[in-house]
Design a protein around this ligand. Structure first.
Ligand SMILES: [Zn+2]
Length: 168
């Protein structure tokens, strides 16, 4: 092949993968968290929050474990990050979560003024970022969370599929 790219090649995206190795490493931590939820029979979802390149929170779903309807990984991680940073406003933080957040968690992210969200698998039944609702890009909100999706999507989905398969 010649070394001169054709105009169509030049206008094509450099890569359809917008994530860098640090993103992948962090999502792997979130996947480890998701798997930790299996020890107490919770739906395996994990969330990690990064601030200035440092992990400030890593949690998994504890709804069954804590008998707490709001103990989703994302809510727990937001709380930990706020305590760690000494402020509830998390506009300089990025959350990595293995599954598309539900309406409660997306709402919590807006209230935390979260800067960025990266999620793995989509949730066609309850996802509130792209699938069922689109709560993070509403023009009516005074805060908008920037979002990317699809990072380690297959692995994130497989952890969930295996969990529900085993329960049947
Ligand atoms: Zn949730």
């Amino acid at each position: 092949m010649g070394s001169n790219p054709t105009p169509s090649a030049m206008s094509a995206p450099v890569s359809d993968d917008p994530f860098d190795p640090a993103d992948v490493d962090t999502m792997r931590l979130a996947l480890d968290e998701a798997r930790a939820a299996l020890a107490h029979h919770d739906v395996p979802v994990g969330a990690v929050i990064v601030h200035d390149g440092v992990v400030v929170a890593a949690r998994h779903n504890e709804r069954e474990h804590a008998n707490d309807p709001v103990a989703h990984a994302e809510v727990l991680a937001l709380r930990d990050a706020a305590v760690h940073l000494g402020q509830w406003r998390l506009d300089e933080c990025t959350m990595y979560v293995t599954l598309e957040p539900c309406a409660m968690c997306a709402g919590a992210m807006v209230n935390a003024r979260l800067g960025w969200l990266v999620y793995g698998a989509t949730d066609p039944k309850a996802g509130a970022v792209d699938s069922v609702f689109r709560l993070l890009d509403g023009d009516r909100l005074n805060h908008r969370v920037e979002c990317s999706s699809g990072l380690l999507e297959a692995e994130s989905a497989e952890v969930l599929r295996a969990f529900f398969r085993a329960r049947r």
